[in-house]
Design a protein around this ligand. Sequence first.
Ligand SMILES: [Zn+2]
Length: 206
Amino acid sequence: MQGYILKTARAKNEDLIVTVLTKRHLFTLYRFYGARHSILNLGYKIDFETEYSSKAYLPRLRHITHLNFSWLKESNRTMIWQQFVSRLHRHLEQLYEVDGFYFDMLENAASLWGKQNPKRTAIQFYVKLLHHEGRIHPLNKCFICEGKIDKDLTLIRAFLPAHPRCVAGAETISKEGAEFLFANKRTLLLEEEEIEYLWSLLLEGF
Ligand SMILES: [Zn+2]
């Protein structure tokens, strides 16, 4: 089956505990160290098999093939991908059975990742995730003071709307740009500084 590596953690003797997201599951698997084994990095897409044994606590991760993307050669794109994927891991880590939405989201995001500023791609897909989870809020009410938002808008963690004056360190976001983003899942009307700000919110967690 195919999946994305959402986390790797060292176990004893250079073995690894690897968390893999497939279309249906979030697997936690054990990878025995082998000198000839290829390196498993966070965010990589792999084809693999699992092997269950009554003696082991975790199933084994076996017969791995990397399914590489050409943009993985670009370290900046790869780093942003890994940041995105690790936030997704934190969001899903309590689950075993997962909605296919998240695997499909990574598939679609990965195919766009090399084509535009990856932070824009991440923000687009994060808004799709918020929609999917029913977590989009109308942009005319401040989440902090509950007052009406006329013109000056900012977003906070989880892209919740607020007045810039109600949030320390907040940056103003174009209301038109944010409305377009929420309605069309596209960042077309947002400037680079706004993208940087939204990306910093995304890094706080999904
Ligand atoms: Zn307010």
